[in-house]
Design a protein around this ligand. Structure first.
Ligand code: DQA
Length: 149
C-alpha cells in the first residue's frame, strides 16, 4: 500500500506563511510530522511526498499515480483548490482513495476560498485542523481501505 501526499502552490514556503492560520512549521517539518503520526499509528503504507508550485506538474504527478495504481492520494492543492479544473479532472481519473485537505478553515475565511473546485473530485475533505488535517486524512484512508478489502 502506498499513499501519495501532494501539496500545491506556496506550501513549500509554509515556514514564511501566516503561522496563526497555517501553523508554525515548515513544509519539511510537516512531512516529518505526517511520517511520525503514521509510524505511531502503525500505518505500514509507503508515504511519498510531492510539492509543486506548478499546476501541470501536479496534474502529471496524479497521472503517474493513476498509471502506477497508487493506493491513495492526500492532496492539498492550496490556492489551486479554488480554480483548477485541470487538477479536478486529473483527480476524477484516479480510482484509488482520495482526500483533499486544508490546513486552514477554508469555509470561514475570504469569500474566494469558499469556492472549492477540486474538492468535488475527492471522496472526502478535511480542513481547519492544521497538520491534523493530514493525520485525519490518513485515518480516513486506513478506515476506507479496511472496508474495501
Ligand atoms: C490552503 C488554503 C488555501 O485557500 C490557500 O490558498 C493555501 C493553503 C490551506 O491549506 O489552508 O495556500 O489550501
Amino acid at each position: 500500500m502506498n499513499i501519495l501526499i501532494i501539496n500545491g502552490v506556496n506550501l513549500n514556503m509554509l515556514a514564511y506563511r501566516e503561522a496563526g492560520i497555517y501553523g508554525d512549521f515548515s513544509y519539511e517539518e510537516l512531512t516529518q510530522m505526517i511520517r511520525i503520526y503514521a509510524e505511531k499509528k502503525g500505518i505500514l503504507a509507503k508515504l511519498d511526498f510531492f510539492v509543486s508550485n506548478y499546476e501541470g506538474e501536479i496534474v502529471e504527478c496524479i497521472h503517474k499515480a493513476i498509471i502506477e495504481q497508487t493506493t491513495a492520494i492526500i492532496i492539498n492543492p492550496a490556492a489551486f483548490s479554488h480554480y483548477s479544473y485541470a487538477i479536478h479532472d486529473a483527480l476524477l481519473m484516479f480510482k484509488g482513495i482520495k482526500v483533499e485537505v486544508h490546513l486552514s478553515d477554508v469555509h470561514n475565511r475570504d469569500v474566494f476560498r469558499k469556492n472549492l473546485v477540486t474538492a468535488n473530485a475527492s471522496d472526502h475533505m478535511i480542513s481547519g485542523l492544521q497538520e491534523k488535517s493530514y493525520f485525519e486524512a490518513l485515518d480516513y484512508i486506513m478506515t476506507k481501505q479496511a472496508t474495501v478489502k
